[in-house]
Design a protein around this ligand. Structure first.
Ligand code: FES
Length: 291
């Protein structure tokens, strides 16, 4: 299957494995399959980039992260969130900073940073809006929400695509849109996250209203989770650094957490006295056939 056929919405022949009929399907015009030239900011540069963007406070935080682990390399995941809190993405400078702090090679850091979707290679907006388009949310309206938000946030007749930003990345009111795999809230779909806080049971209209508020500088309260912060502050928290102001910290801890829908099964079981069978003291392992 060629990249061209993916982009044009033409049909393609499917697998004939097993001698079954050839599958014909129209490939939708979705941005996830587009193959485009690699943007300059993604290319690996020769030599060590300028690390001055990471100030003394960031170095101090990096050392605090490393001190949490018996082996420094174990600190890589929070360290990547730390550099992302500074630049809104994991840049080449961020990769080199992590490598220096942890005694790793830039290639080792890159391998991890490019594997996980939470590490962004393009600078994010003030807010990251993640729309779940996995199966359950998709059939409940997640696909429609994602498409409508792309249209709403796009410009010049062009829909905003996956990992693209409306506005100047990082500037107030800028929004990065992404479609996400299951966000572990299927009972509350369609689900959106803003900077990883949950907005449950969304509709196309409520989603448009949500991003309009974000663009206007408002911080709507998530359905569950801590009060909404911007993307970089959320990244700092993911690195393990929380508000120093006690009231602000407590507001995050006290935010709504489990939803009624999520607890429904446990509540029913409790009311009806249902319990799971006790775990046997000794659970024999099944026989494994010798090869
Ligand atoms: S499918 Fe959307 S949260 Fe699981």
């Amino acid at each position: 299957m060629s990249a061209e056929s993916l982009n044009t919405g033409k049909t393609y022949g499917g697998s004939s494995v097993g001698g079954g009929p050839t599958h014909q399907e129209t490939v939708p015009d979705v941005d996830v399959v587009k193959i485009a030239p690699v943007p300059a900011e993604h290319l690996v540069e020769e030599g060590t980039p300028d690390l001055s963007v990471f100030d003394a406070k960031t170095v101090e935080r990096a050392e605090a992260i490393v001190a949490r682990y018996p082996q420094s390399r174990s600190a890589l995941l929070p360290m990547l969130h730390l550099v992302q809190s500074v630049e809104g993405r994991v840049s080449q400078a961020g990769i080199h900073f992590c490598a220096e702090q942890l005694g790793l090679t830039p290639a080792e850091v890159s391998a991890v940073a490019t594997f996980y979707t939470m590490y962004k290679r393009k600078t994010c907006g003030e807010h990251l809006v993640s729309v779940c388009t996995n199966t359950l949310c998709a059939v409940l309206g997640g696909d429609d929400i994602y498409r409508r938000l792309g249209e709403h946030l796009g410009a010049d007749g062009k829909r905003l695509g996956h990992n693209e930003t409306a506005g100047e990345p990082g500037a107030p009111g800028s929004i990065t849109l992404e479609h996400a795999e299951c966000l572990a809230a299927c009972d509350l779909g369609p689900v959106i996250q803003v900077n990883y806080e949950y907005f449950d049971n969304q509709t196309v209209d409520s989603a448009v209203e949500l991003v309009d508020k974000l663009r206007n500088g408002e911080r709507p309260a998530p359905t569950r989770g801590a009060p909404l912060r911007d993307f970089r502050t959320a990244e700092l928290e993911l690195a393990g650094f929380f508000p120093e102001d006690e009231a602000e910290y407590q507001a995050g801890v006290d935010g709504p957490s489990a939803a009624v829908e999520t607890l429904r099964g446990a509540k029913l079981a409790h009311e009806r006295g249902w319990v799971a069978p006790a775990m046997p003291d000794e659970a024999p392992l099944p026989e494994v056939q010798k090869k």
